[in-house]
Design a protein around this ligand. Structure first.
Ligand SMILES: [Zn+2]
Length: 291
């Protein structure tokens, strides 16, 4: 037994330096600085916002895809902070990595709210781990609970066709999932991305009053997003779009664009190497195919 422990230790110490950094717990809840009751719940690489008010809790995205206990873990984390009833669970959009696992919230008595297009999609897919929304909304809705004001806006097609922008006007905070990767090059999410409409949506987001943004995945060093992150992402998408458009009209999509094009201005961004093929394919789809 003891020898086994030493063997494990020997392996651990033989690993490169990055592997020796203290492991962060899989499940973690932190309060957002400068707010009275806004929290970030994290499960692995995903995070959601919940708000504790004097009249109940508003939660977002269970983020329990592939994690059967994720929904219950999230409810348990909320229970460590407050005994207020969980009244509302709001889906940011219909992707399962965000919204699987809502049963624990239903069992706790929450009503599920989502954009109407999320329900249309979920009804067809009938996923056993994803309860359908109880209520749906269109372009905008304001939630008032215990002195908290939460504005929900649909700014059109972008990362999905059902994405909501969450804004807390008093706190000047946004919760925006997947649409603007904070400090990172976009990647896999480009597969069902709506490029032209997303640019318009980002302009609408920049026209809103806010200072900090809670992203759906932690930013570098766990930092929150800023208005500059949105502008930088918009610039990146425009640069990628412009570059591929020229090549596509010369008949270079899918190749040689996919095999040779680079975007050197962004090569220092995290996820550049992984994400570039997805970005090029999406814009070849747009300018080389018309989709
Ligand atoms: Zn998504």
């Amino acid at each position: 037994m003891r020898r086994n422990i030493f063997a494990v230790l020997a392996i651990l110490f033989a690993l490169p330096v990055f592997a020796q950094a203290p492991a962060r717990p899989l499940i973690q809840t932190t309060k957002v600085d400068g707010t009275e009751g806004v929290y970030i719940f994290r499960n692995g690489g995903h995070q959601s916002m919940f708000i504790v008010t004097s009249d109940g809790v508003i939660a977002t995205d269970p983020i329990a895809y592939g994690r059967p206990t994720g929904g219950a873990d999230y409810v348990a984390e909320i229970r460590k902070v407050t005994s207020q009833p969980i009244k509302l669970l709001i889906y940011s959009h219909h992707h399962y990595d965000r919204i699987a696992g809502g049963k624990a919230f239903k069992d706790a008595g929450a009503t599920i709210l989502a954009h109407k297009q999320a329900k249309v999609r979920l009804e067809k897919l009938n996923d056993p781990f994803t309860p359908l929304p109880d209520e749906v909304m269109g372009d905008s809705k304001v939630i008032r609970m215990g002195g908290t004001i939460l504005e929900l806006s649909y700014v059109g097609l972008n990362h999905s066709d059902s994405t909501l922008v969450f804004r807390l006007p008093k706190e000047r905070l946004l919760f925006l999932v997947d649409t603007v990767p904070v400090g990172a090059f976009p990647g896999l999410g480009m597969i069902d991305f709506y490029p032209l409409e997303a640019e318009e949506g980002m302009k609408q987001i920049l026209a809103m009053e806010w200072d900090r943004m809670i992203p759906g995945h932690p930013g570098p060093g766990d930092r929150l997003g800023t208005r500059s992150d949105v502008q930088d992402q918009l610039n990146l998408l425009r640069d990628a779009s412009d570059a591929v458009k020229v090549a596509a009209r010369e008949g270079k999509c899918w190749n040689p664009v996919e095999s040779t094009m680079k975007l050197p201005k962004y090569e220092s961004w995290p996820n550049y190497a992984n994400g570039l093929p997805y970005v090029l394919r999406r814009y070849c789809g747009l300018w080389g195919r018309g989709t």
